[in-house]
Write a protein that binds this ligand. Structure first.
Ligand SMILES: *Cc1c(COP(=O)(O)O)cnc(C)c1O
Length: 471
């Protein structure tokens, strides 16, 4: 185009006016969809970009070459600005419970339950039969009682909140005894010593990093002891010359001395995970049987439910938590409680649990099954990628994630893209630009897509085919 040689004044003058753009036929569908205000905002931005382009490069941007390209540019801009940031992605990173990708997916029953309570009023704090006021945690509490034997349960926004509430309600102004081997940092700002301070408790460290004995706890108990606390070292493992005191032993000590025993369990599995080749996680029901008075754990780690924190145990202590002012600030809304209730219901039917909960279904996949999927994917996808990348299937290892089981892995299979003409960074960006971004990981000069994390193999295959065609 000759515009390259035009003077800036002529170029500025050549820009279309707001009014002409608003009246153009091509603008009407955009106006219909996004509204006049947003369309005007987008046109303003577009004209501003064009002016900057003239100032910087002395010519019009290429998308102003024709009426069609300009309106395509405008439509794309509006579409990007109105796209939900919390949209579905394919998590093929090799970490199943990925905190940055929203941890566990929910069961279909949980999704349906949430949709219903979003659409209609629901007896959140109302007892239908008695016709009187109820408590929002009651439904979950009843299920937790059946599943773990706990007398009662208190539900808050996450396990960090659960630990804070537990300490603030039961131990504020008092000393809390914790083994030096269990002063966990979970990530972000969550460290046991910090949370203690926030809750108004004094941390009393006992033992050594690798070894803590019963006498260490015994010697630390005094008149101002509020509790002994156990913290599950969910995201690390101390090996070698080690010793820790188990819950049953501490439970007996605490009963003798009349002080509560509390436990931050972290991941909190309600089902034995050894059937998947994972390690046995300490379970809340076992802790309670061992004499722990309160146990806290996350709803969106190994439980497979929504982000939440559950504190389960003795009724008298749960009552203290429920009446603490912090509980009002930390309580869950009806969407979370509906999803949690639906998730817990699955645990009453262990035979269907692995099919119902997406995290269990992913644990249950065999490497052979994933190999078959990989072969099918490669047969269909390789031709589209072959000029720029070679595509193979490799064996890999999936992590559970969210700090759970840091030293166990599940044998898995990944699609591995090796660079020929293209680069891995380009491919990674290209995958992320899809309407449902495909997120893998780069390792050993390959982009790996770990198939154990796939939610829907057909959707994924379709996405990768589209991405290959637009490479
Ligand atoms: C994960 C974890 C937490 C924090 O739980 P969130 O649900 O992420 O708030 C606290 N303590 C332990 C031991 C954990 O593993």
């Amino acid at each position: 185009m000759t515009q390259v040689f035009d003077s800036p004044e002529n170029l500025y003058r050549a820009l279309p006016s707001m009014d002409s753009l608003l009246l153009a036929d091509a603008a009407q569908a955009l106006k219909q969809h996004y509204g006049k205000t947003e369309l005007k905002n987008a046109i303003n931005q577009l004209l501003q970009q064009a002016r900057s382009n003239i100032a910087a490069e002395g010519r019009l941007p290429v998308w102003l070459n024709s009426h069609d390209t300009m309106f395509n540019h405008l439509a794309l801009q509006l579409q990007q600005q109105h796209q939900l940031s919390l949209r579905p992605v394919h998590n093929l990173t090799g970490t199943l419970l990925h905190t940055n990708l929203g941890r566990s997916q929910q069961s279909e029953a949980a999704i349906a339950a949430v949709t219903q309570v979003m659409r209609y009023p629901t007896p959140l704090e109302f007892e239908l039969e008695a016709g009187k006021r109820g408590h929002r945690d009651n439904a979950v509490s009843k299920l937790i009682h059946r599943l773990t034997g706990a007398e009662a349960c208190c539900v808050v926004n996450n396990n960090a909140a659960a630990v804070l509430l537990m300490l603030a309600s039961v131990c504020a102004g008092k000393e809390v005894i914790v083994s030096r081997g269990e002063l966990v940092e979970i990530g972000g700002a969550f460290r046991i010593p910090d949370i203690m301070r926030q809750a108004g408790c004094t941390l009393v460290e006992v033992g050594a990093t690798n070894r803590t004995h019963l006498r260490d706890y015994e010697n630390a108990i005094n008149d101002n002891t509020g509790a002994i606390m156990k913290v599950h070292t969910s995201n690390y493992h101390i090996q070698g010359f080690t010793a820790a005191v188990d819950e049953a032993t501490l439970g007996q000590l605490c009963r003798e001395r009349g002080i509560p025993l509390i436990s931050d369990l972290g991941s909190g599995a309600l089902t034995d995970l050894r059937r998947f080749g994972l390690k046995q996680e300490p379970m809340p029901q076992q802790m309670l049987a061992d004499g722990v008075d309160l146990v806290s754990f996350s709803g969106d780690k190994l439980l497979g439910g929504p982000q939440s924190g559950l504190i389960v145990g003795k009724q008298a202590l749960i009552n203290k938590l429920q009446s603490h002012p912090l509980k009002r600030a930390l309580r869950c809304d009806k969407l979370i409680l509906a999803a949690l209730e639906a998730t817990l219901l699955h645990y009453l039917n262990p035979e269907t649990l692995d099919a119902a909960l997406p995290i269990m279904a992913k644990f249950a996949r065999t490497q052979a099954e994933l190999e078959q999927q990989a072969a099918r994917f490669i047969a269909q996808l390789a031709p589209a990628y072959t000029e720029q990348f070679s595509l193979t299937a490799i064996k890999c290892q999936t992590q559970v994630g969210s700090g759970s089981q840091p030293d166990t892995h599940l044998d898995s299979v990944a699609l591995a893209f090796s660079p020929k003409a293209g680069t891995l960074q380009q491919l990674e960006q290209h995958f992320k630009a899809h309407t449902q971004p495909v997120i893998g990981r780069i390792a050993n000069d390959q982009l790996l897509l770990d198939l154990r994390g796939a939610d829907d193999f057909e959707l994924l295959l379709q996405a990768l085919a589209e991405l290959g065609a637009s490479l």
